[in-house]
Design a protein around this ligand. Structure first.
Ligand code: NAD
Length: 523
């Protein structure tokens, strides 16, 4: 709740465009986390017993609440993250609404009990089923860059699946966190089923120590490593959605007008503070001159300013240290031979956190700009001889989140996608798959593990149970006691029947093999 006094146990809500403190929000005491998790666990038991259609009806109510509050939510996102309103609407509000819409319609089908056909003769008398049960309490620890889309698109499937959720939103976006909790209260969800906890590392750590059943973490590699270590000590399974260094490969046959617009948007949207930002461009020699010219022309037309100004294309970075980081990355690249073609400087006259959209060419893997996550408005280009070299460079990174390929030849795009080390590859688009509810999101290597979104993301929040129903309730199993040389021969005949191949071997061994099944156990 916002207060006018500034007690020590509050979090400031700050506008990154101006550095102005907009209000203060209560910090959740770390010592209260065990109680919060245990209450969520108690409520979850009844929530999980509700028919899934009732849980989904509640999600439709949530969707209606988000829709009705979209202006207030958008204002909060713009104020605390600095992004332009259009980006808050398309990325945060749309993703949250679509997640509620999708899971309210599709969770029941995704979690339906499945028959598992058995291929082996030894298991033919059994019927197999896969069922899915909620894990219990899902702990969600989120980043600030999509302060509604990321937490909500994880809380919503957690609830659809019958779990409770305790979510620590980022300490940079406490107002968005408070509004998320209010959405669930206003939509009539059971008290304590969804809790937002506010604070920094100490509250995140306390949430892990409170022993939730799974931790879904979104954030930097450094924090992800700490979270994984803390969870490993308690054997808490994790999903880690960490940083990216996404490659964009532009082939000579691409529509360069379209690809250059994509490069500009993909590098600067959310001021480049996107895990899926286009951070490394590999452009085929034949196209590079025109492609750079187009990128520079389009970059120069972009308006840098506060996200609340409708004319703004690119907003501020989140905090001053991020501006210093951009300066350091550009200096390092230039000192190693890269050239800034446009932009390249901080703009302190606009506010404390502004850095110009920047096009830089001649970048390579010796430079920090291609090694570390940039997380800022820098469009960095390396020329490549051909597609093969582009793939080699693109795969030369510890990160493996997503990538894009630009070509008019869709089959070639598909074939090259198979060669890229990434959790997702887009052909002729970038970033937007994050907004497709069916598409799983996640990577490997330094980008983390596990998935959010899509059925794969839903199943991360479930305990999968296999149920085996044996049809021969009156028979002892052939592999049970008692043993002896007859059973040994019958077992070998069974192996020959099953695995020798050819109808002859099957016929020769069928009789002896059957003895395995219909033997006298000799009790
Ligand atoms: P961050 O790592 O600083 O913080 C992420 C969250 O972890 C915050 O809520 C923070 O308070 C919390 N935290 C910090 N220390 C903790 C600890 N010791 N234990 C538990 N929790 C702790 O990241 P950020 O600056 O908020 O976000 C930017 C990073 O997130 C970038 O690297 C970006 O690529 C990544 N990100 C990844 C995805 C993805 O889906 N892969 C999406 C968005 C952002």
């Amino acid at each position: 709740m916002a207060t006018t006094a500034i007690p020590i146990d509050t979090l400031p809500s700050m506008n990154p465009a101006t550095g102005e403190v907009l209000g203060h929000f209560e910090r959740t005491p770390a010592s209260s986390l065990p109680e919060i998790v245990s209450r969520a666990r108690a409520v979850q038991r009844d929530w999980a017993k509700l028919p899934i259609r009732d849980r989904c009806a509640k999600l439709r109510g949530l969707r209606n609440r988000i829709m009705a509050s979209r202006n207030e939510l958008t204002d909060a996102v713009v104020r605390e993250s600095g992004k332009p309103r259009v980006e808050a609407l398309f990325a945060d509000i749309f993703v949250a609404l679509d997640s509620a819409e999708y899971w309210s319609k599709n969770a029941a089908r995704a979690l339906r009990t499945q028959r598992v056909p058995h291929h082996s003769t030894a298991a033919k008398a059994k019927r197999g089923y896969l069922t899915y049960e909620p894990l219990g309490v899902i702990a969600i620890i989120s980043s600030w860059n999509y302060p509604l889309a990321i937490p909500l698109s994880e809380i919503i499937p957690a609830l659809a699946a019958g779990n409770a959720a305790v979510c620590k939103t980022s300490d940079f976006t406490p107002q968005c966190g408070a509004l998320i909790e209010k959405l669930f209260i206003d939509a009539g969800f059971p008290k304590d089923l969804v809790r937002i906890v506010q604070g920094g590392a100490e509250v995140g750590q306390a949430l892990i120590d409170a022993s939730a059943d799974k931790v879904i973490f979104t954030g930097s590699v450094a924090t992800g490593r700490r979270v994984a270590e803390a969870c490993a000590k308690r054997l808490i399974p994790t999903v880690l959605e960490l940083g990216g260094k996404d490659a964009m490969i532009v082939l000579a046959d691409a529509d360069l007008e379209v690809a250059s617009s994509a490069a500009v948007w993909g590098s600067y949207t959310n001021c480049g503070q996107v895990c899926l930002s286009v951070e490394r461009l590999f452009v085929e020699q034949l196209a590079v001159e025109r492609f750079i010219a187009l990128c520079v022309e389009k970059t120069k037309k972009l308006r840098l300013g506060s996200g609340s100004d409708p004319a703004t294309d690119v907003g501020p970075l989140i905090r001053p240290e991020h501006v210093r980081r951009m300066i350091d990355l550009v200096d390092d690249a230039v000192s190693r031979g890269a050239s800034v073609v446009c932009g390249g400087s901080a703009r302190p006259e606009l506010g404390p956190n502004f850095f110009e959209p920047t096009v830089i060419v001649g970048v390579d893997s010796s430079m920090k700009l291609f090694q570390e996550e940039t997380f800022g408005p820098i469009l960095a280009i390396q020329v490549v001889r051909d597609a093969k070299q582009a793939i080699t460079h693109a795969n030369d990174s510890p990160f493996a989140l997503a990538a894009s390929i630009w070509t008019k030849d869709k089959s070639r795009g598909m074939a090259l996608a198979a060669e890229l080390r990434a959790g997702a590859v887009m052909v002729n688009d970038a970033i937007s798959y994050f907004g497709i509810a069916e598409a799983p999101h996640g990577g490997c290597g330094a980008s983390g593990w596990g998935r959010t979104h899509g059925k794969a993301g839903l199943l991360e929040m479930m305990q999968m149970k296999y149920i085996d129903v044996d049809g021969l309730a009156r028979s002892e199993k052939p592999w049970w006691y008692r043993y002896g040389s007859d059973l040994e021969r019958a077992a070998d005949a069974f192996l020959q029947f099953e695995f020798s191949g050819g109808i002859g071997a099957k016929l020769r061994n069928a009789r002896s093999a059957m003895k395995t099944f219909f033997r006298d156990h000799g009790w």
